[in-house]
Design a protein around this ligand. Structure first.
Ligand code: GAL
Length: 303
């Protein structure tokens, strides 16, 4: 797979899973993301909502389309109406309930509603049903991700206050709601597109700046506790185009065989349908400093 370009599934069709995430369940990987398989709305930097796609793979390279697992709706009152915003879907498996739970950014067309939606399914390939929409802890929520810690506790990480500040909010045991505990971190730093991983006992968060679909510099932050004091460190990207995150934006961090990988979206604002992807290796030096370097191809995780 050529990094930076749109990738093809095993049927030779464009993979439509933007702003996505990867879930490992049993011996398969599931990639969920925004299906943007339509031309931009005339003169606008948007595609009307189609829904959330799911792809599955045994090796993270050959992806089989599993269909639209959450679909846009035609009722104008629905939070999933095609005129609205459904972005950055993230899915976790809940061991207690044996269900798959999806959280996503749900918004009005002008991004002023700023909420999250929570949906659940019995199978990784759906169908997902919307359970509720909420303003987490009565706060705004725009770009967001989920992070599941080793002890099974899960967190919603979401940009609030028009992206000024990031919140980390703990989920309930079923992952279907917040449990009321949260912290605000990186106050007034104006970051979005959060992605998290854990290495050497420390939590790492990569974020982008706030320039819409246009690429900017990534930054990473570190904390010894997920709800602790996060310290902004530096741009983790190195090499040519590292100031622009290699013309991409963070969508997800995942870990396979104890190696970490960063997934990027390469947005094409005037033709979002053709936006590309990349998966780049993430390395850490002995002091815990994080580095992301460009590689031209994604051939699957290292053994
Ligand atoms: C980006 C954000 C994307 C999308 C876009 C809309 O900053 O990360 O998920 O919301 O803005 O302009």
């Amino acid at each position: 797979m050529k990094n930076g370009q749109i990738w093809l599934d095993v049927d030779g069709k464009d993979i439509q899973a933007h702003g996505g995430c990867i879930l490992q369940y049993r011996d398969r990987f599931y990639w969920y993301g925004e299906n943007k398989d339509a031309p931009n709305c005339p003169g606008r930097r948007r595609v009307d909502v189609i829904g959330v796609s799911c792809y599955s793979s045994g090796n993270l390279v050959d992806w089989k389309y599993e269909g639209l697992v959450l679909k846009a709706e035609s009722d104008p009152e629905s939070p999933l109406h095609f005129s609205k915003v459904v972005e950055r879907p993230k899915v976790l498996y809940n061991e207690k309930t044996n269900r798959f739970v999806m959280w996503m950014h749900l918004d009005s067309p002008d991004y002023s509603f700023s909420s999250v939606g929570i949906a659940a399914a019995e199978q990784p390939t759906g169908p997902f049903r919307l359970i509720k929409t909420t303003h987490p802890n009565r706060q705004e929520s725009r770009d967001m991700t989920l992070y599941r810690d080793e002890d099974g506790t899960a967190y919603l990480i979401h940009a609030k206050d028009w992206n000024k500040t990031m919140n980390i909010a703990r989920l309930n045991g079923e992952y279907t709601d917040l449990d009321g505990t949260y912290v605000s971190v990186m106050a007034d730093q104006e970051r979005e597109a959060p992605a998290l991983c854990k290495h050497g006992g420390q939590y790492y968060m990569i974020t982008s700046g706030c320039t819409g679909w246009a690429p900017n510099s990534a930054l990473y932050a570190v904390s010894p506790q997920i709800m602790g004091h996060w310290k902004l460190i530096d741009n983790p990207c190195e090499g040519p185009n590292s100031r622009k995150t290699f013309f991409g934006q963070s969508s997800f961090l995942f870990t396979v065989n104890q190696k970490h990988y960063l997934m990027l979206d390469h947005w094409i604002p005037e033709n979002l349908q053709k936006s590309g992807y990349s998966i780049l290796p993430v390395t850490f030096d002995g002091d815990g400093a994080m580095t992301v370097r460009w590689v031209d191809t994604w051939n699957g995780p290292e053994e």
